[in-house]
Write a protein that binds this ligand. Sequence first.
Ligand code: HEM
Length: 415
Amino acid sequence: MVIDAANPVPPLRPRPAGPGQVPPHVPRELVRCTGLPYGPEFLVSPHDFMANMHHALPPIFYDVTPFCNAWQLIKHEDAVFALRHPELFGNEGASPFPRDPDDYFYLLPVEVDPPHHRKYRNIVDPLFSPKGVLALEGKLRQLANDLIDRVIDKGECEFTTDFGRPLPVSIFLDLMGLPQDKRDTFVQWAINLLHTQDRDLMVSTMKLVTDYLKSVIAEKKAVPDEGVISRITHAAPEGKPLSPKEIFGFVFFLFIGGLDTVFATLNNIWLWMAENPERRREIIARPGDIDDIVQELLRRWSVTFSGRTVLQDIEMRGVRMRKGDRITCVLPACNFDPEVFPDPLNVDFDRPRKTILAFTVGVHSCMGAHLARLEVKIALQEWLERIPDFSVRPGARIVYRPGGVVGPELVPLVW
Ligand code: HEM
């Protein structure tokens, strides 16, 4: 079905969830209950867990969870195939965000497939192009140094709240045209939506975010500015203004998609650098290789997943999937596929260049990828220039956040 984002309809099929809702065509021997991405074993060390999936699990299996049962693709080749064939694996209904069926909207552009998908991307892509994001370089370096100024003489900081979060989130809020003084509230909302198993909390947070964003959209409609929200609000692709549902769905998705992915990535990388002083020194010693370094760190510490819905019956590796089944491409696991990345847990800045899946591939490849790469690069350069030696505060216990964006909750550092 080609969806009409101006007139959204809730998915007809309910999401199967829990052991009682495994469809009869799923072979019992392929059913698992791995706990990804909420279970205690996963949360001990999520990336080790996802690397180990290649040894502990079949290449395609059916995972049962309290929220959504789905086929899991962990092989690089399988995920690339699924992600590059939106006519076989579509995005409508692929996101688990709870929405009021009487006031339904699509998450744009991520829940719309070709041919309509491009018209949404065209509205904001120029701002997120390599050239578009380079315009932010000076601002990013300045902000990184301002944040470092605040902590450098203390000899310690909580990396997430002092640097990893404010750096990308402040830039993002400026880009969107949202107020900086609500930064912590926005982050908390995103965490409530992306990292909880508590449906009531998700639903009440959805209401707060919805009311807030609708009021911002009304403001931007009345008084346009240079930000992304204003640009979306006033867009008229092919001469036709976007409908209120399209505008809301687009702004809402950017809001949740752009807030915590970068700081989760930075948290993972800084924790690793704090625990591996010789590798940190290697990064400092190779300034000319910074792009390869960022690429390898993004492979090793990728943080999120791509969900899809099977659009027609299909067989992969002898596994028969039926129209309407859900799949999840476990992108971090694909980045650990030993057939593509030998010795996958090893951070190797000299790896031959291969497609990494941190930002997915295909039509839905991450719109913020150039910005995210630039942010990781500048964060590394500015931090290591001024704080080259640091470690995790002795006695600190690292706790990972459950949910769809993988990373430690806090990273306390000393130097
Ligand atoms: C390290 C940081 C980031 C990571 C790892 C990441 C990862 C991803 C992934 C895996 C997808 C594909 C989702 C799917 O297949 O269903 C995606 C899509 C997307 N991301 Fe990101 N993202 C990051 C940062 C950002 C930022 C900063 C923004 C916005 C400012 C952003 C905006 C988007 C948008 C709009 C899409 C949907 C693209 C489409 O459907 O055409 N991302 N991202």
